[in-house]
Ligand binder design. Structure first.
Ligand code: RAT
Ligand code: ZN
Length: 418
């Protein structure tokens, strides 16, 4: 029998386990190296992350159109000066850049980006990816791959070399949310589909099957508006029920539903122009109940939906809550949501994903997750010990491994042991 931890040892054991467990990052916007230029990395990309672009416009008088007409380098220079020099970088997204610079031993308070640029330009991408994963404590990165993205689709057609550290995901936003803009593209590719998607399910299944063979995705995914309803008399409602869910069942992959986006409330801000809204989770309830043979990974953008999501997870074991998504990925909210989830679900959820768009963001996002989780887990196990159940380091290892690896590979078995 392993020795129970004394109350003074629990914090140290939690911190050891969080540091030594390699996590699976189950949702990012990173790309395997063979997908070439799609993969973003380096200081100019870090500083022009859309989370920071949104913050720029609060501290600068520059108009968005003028900003977007600048070169990437000039955009980065402007954001650096505005958010890092003229102001202290105290927001979550700005502090993240500081943490990345510090992780590479680079100056964090320079007047400009010269030294940082020199450092990143001198890196060999392949070695650099390995270093970043190591510094982040991440073994596997799950991508977002859209077969209707005009930049991405041709790269897959050229059969890019797989990288065991990266896993594909079949992203369905264009097909499900923007059918009216894409059905003709499918038709031009030889799929006999129609505008209302009332006679298209079989052909869309064929399209999805072809892409599953090409990408070998570990799951399929779609972001959805706060107004998402199901069932629904719409192309999305029909395609979800009659094409996507049957194909996911057949391929034994889960479907990730990321619900609660209010798309482009300020279109001038482009990628930074989306907001969040409260969703009606009856749609999720109906999907989980009607499709018990499908598995659903679910993340919600509204803080106010989080408690309800835990309640639904207690009803439907084919649903796995994951992550504190986008506007929720701030320590104060992550703390609240994670405590609630542990209290209601034990270790049967996936606490976080990074959503990284730029490689080196993995470093700060996962560092923050570990830092926020440590006191929550320490308190959880301390209270348990106080209430009479001795706690061992093996208990903590078991739960952390389950939350950051096992729950995901149980739902997405294709991600296990590749
Ligand atoms: O967090 C983000 O970067 C958002 O822009 C979205 O990409 C979101 O995470 C998504 O996957 O739709
Ligand atoms: Zn994302």
């Amino acid at each position: 029998m392993p020795e129970p931890l004394s109350s003074g040892q629990i914090a140290g054991a939690v911190s050891d386990v969080l540091q030594s467990t390699a996590f699976i990052d189950m949702h990012t916007h990173l790309f395997q190296p063979s997908l070439g230029k799609l993969g973003l990395w380096g200081i100019d990309e870090l500083v022009t992350y859309h989370y920071l672009e949104a913050e720029l416009f609060r501290s600068s008088t520059m108009e968005p159109a003028q900003y977007f007409s600048l070169s990437k380098r000039a955009q980065a220079d402007l954001i650096w000066k505005t958010l890092f020099v003229d102001n202290a970088p105290i927001s979550e997204a700005t502090r993240g850049v500081v943490a990345v610079l510090q992780a590479f031993g680079l100056p964090t308070a320079s007047a400009d980006l010269t030294e940082a640029r020199r450092f990143f330009e001198s890196q060999n991408l392949h070695t650099h990816i390995g270093n970043v994963l190591q510094l982040s404590g991440v073994s596997d990165v799950v991508m977002t791959n859209d077969p209707l993205d005009p930049k991405e689709a041709p790269l897959w057609a050229a059969r890019p070399q797989a990288d065991p550290r990266f896993h594909a995901v079949l992203r369905l936003d264009r097909i499900l949310n923007k059918w009216s803009d894409h059905w003709e593209i499918l038709r031009a590719q030889g799929y006999s589909v129609d505008e209302s998607a009332s006679e298209s399910a079989g052909e869309v299944r064929r399209f999805l099957e072809r892409w599953i063979t090409t990408m070998k995705p570990v799951y399929a995914a779609c972001s959805l508006p706060d107004t998402f309803a199901f069932p629904e008399d719409s192309p999305r409602g029909r395609l979800l029920a009659d094409a996507v869910l049957p194909v996911c069942r057949q391929a034994n992959i889960p479907l990730s539903l990321m619900i609660g986006v209010r798309y482009l409330v300020n279109p001038d801000l482009r990628l930074a122009g989306d907001a969040s809204g409260l969703a009606d989770l009856r749609a999720l309830e109906t999907i989980c109940r009607r499709f018990p043979a499908n598995r659903f990974l679910v993340s919600l953008l509204s803080r106010e939906n989080q408690h309800e999501l835990c309640v639904y997870a207690r009803k439907f074991r084919n649903m796995m809550p994951f992550g504190c998504w986008w506007f929720l990925n701030n320590p104060s909210v992550v703390e609240e949501v994670t405590r609630e989830r542990v209290e209601m679900l034990g270790a049967s959820f996936i606490p976080q994903h990074s959503d990284a768009r730029v490689l080196e963001q993995l470093i700060y996002k996962w560092r923050n997750t570990r830092r926020t989780l440590a006191p929550i887990l320490t308190q959880t196990y301390s209270t348990l010990a106080e209430d009479g159940r001795p706690v061992t380091k093996a208990d903590i290892e078991h739960d952390v491994k389950r939350m950051f690896r096992g729950n995901f590979t149980q739902f997405a078995p294709a991600a296990a042991g590749r």
